[in-house]
Ligand binder design. Structure first.
Ligand code: COA
Length: 321
């Protein structure tokens, strides 16, 4: 038994911010950002939250699948930027869309979060706990980015993507791989809550995202081709069998490096990061939804989804559309 993606949806904040606009805030330029990352603009929240965007994306995914909110049994929300600690984003989504029969909870695996949530949905269905799920990745990274740090503020954007999945007898997800390496957590970190209590004197560790860009870059280019290879082995396929590689949209040069290592033409790696930047856990379902709505995903196509991020975490999934 497996799960099949029956519908997709996405949502972006209304406000867009161009590289030129950021160049008015920190010492950078449109040319530098485009050349080093491929990013031209991103969407930034002026009030939208991880839950409000995810609820929109989930409603659209249900509509695309022809299902109602009452039919949903499980809601998994991947996010590292929830608006509130409690209630979790997934419960807020449940309330907003009226999915009163669902079990809802969050999962944080940074930019690999959507894939980890999708794998969890698969496990729930395999175990017979649920027959369907809404899986969403949603982020408001603009609230954890240091807008005075040119090394990070140009990279990220806000947004949400969602898929509705159901159990299926054949096709659907064919293979899955997940990896975590907690020993390298400092490569990408954000310690944003106060740690002082009347009983414990915490250390000031910084409220914003901190990143070793070069380390993440080489981790992704080295590790992702191996992870994709493992997932393909599990699905009994090779890179030649894959129609499209839908990768986490962090940086055009990272995606080009991965394509080169896999010896696959870059045309099989669709990208939207020029318009949305790195939206962390939202990036894969956002791109998937764009491709679905453009009619570029045909029945029977083989897709690889793969992502990486803070933790460190990474994963890959092979599926038949
Ligand atoms: N505008 C202009 N100059 C910038 C800049 C910006 N926005 N950001 C950094 N620079 C400068 C640096 O200060 C450095 O200057 P120096 O040589 O005087 O010290 C110079 O550009 C080169 O910096 P470097 O870090 O070597 O650039 P790079 O080619 O490695 O590109 C990243 C930097 C961040 C774009 C790249 O490392 C990257 O994309 N890494 C992956 C990040 C990522 O994807 N994170 C999320 C993972 S989920």
């Amino acid at each position: 038994m497996s799960i099949k993606i029956m519908g997709t949806g996405s949502a972006l904040p209304v406000r867009t911010v161009t590289n030129d606009e950021i160049a008015g805030m920190v010492d950078t330029s449109d040319q530098w950002v485009r050349e080093r990352t491929g990013i031209g603009s991103r969407h930034v929240s002026t009030g939208e939250t991880a839950a409000s965007l995810a609820a929109q994306a989930c409603s659209l995914a249900l509509k695309d699948a022809g299902r109602t909110a009452q039919e949903v049994e499980l809601i998994l929300a991947a996010t590292c930027t929830p608006e509130d600690v409690v209630p979790c984003t997934a419960c807020q989504i449940q309330d907003r869309i009226g999915a009163e029969n669902a079990v809802a909870f969050d999962l944080n695996a940074a930019c690999a979060g959507f894939l980890f949530a999708l794998h969890t949905a698969w496990a729930y269905v395999e175990a017979g706990i649920a027959a369907n799920a809404l899986v969403t990745g949603s982020e408001i990274l603009s609230k954890i980015v240091d807008w005075e740090d040119r090394g990070t503020c140009v990279l990220f954007g806000d947004g949400a993507g969602a898929v509705y999945v159901e159990k299926c007898g054949e096709g659907g997800i064919l293979g899955f791989v997940q990896h975590s390496d907690g020993s390298r957590g400092s490569v990408l970190s954000c310690v944003s809550r106060p740690t002082e209590t009347p009983f414990f004197r915490g250390q000031e560790s910084g409220r914003y995202l901190k990143m070793d860009g070069r380390e993440i870059f080489s981790f992704a280019v080295r590790q992702i081709p191996l992870t994709i290879g493992e997932a393909l082995d599990k699905g009994g396929l090779s890179v030649q069998d894959v129609d499209l590689f839908i990768l986490h949209q962090a940086n055009r040069r990272i995606i080009e490096g991965i394509a080169k290592r896999l010896s696959v033409d870059i045309s099989r790696f669709p990208m939207n990061l020029d318009r949305v930047g790195n939206t962390s856990s939202a990036s894969i379902p956002l791109l998937l939804d764009e491709l679905n709505r453009e009619g570029r995903l045909k029945k029977g196509m083989r897709l690889v989804l793969s992502g990486f991020g803070g933790g460190l975490t990474c994963g890959a999934c092979v599926l038949e559309w």
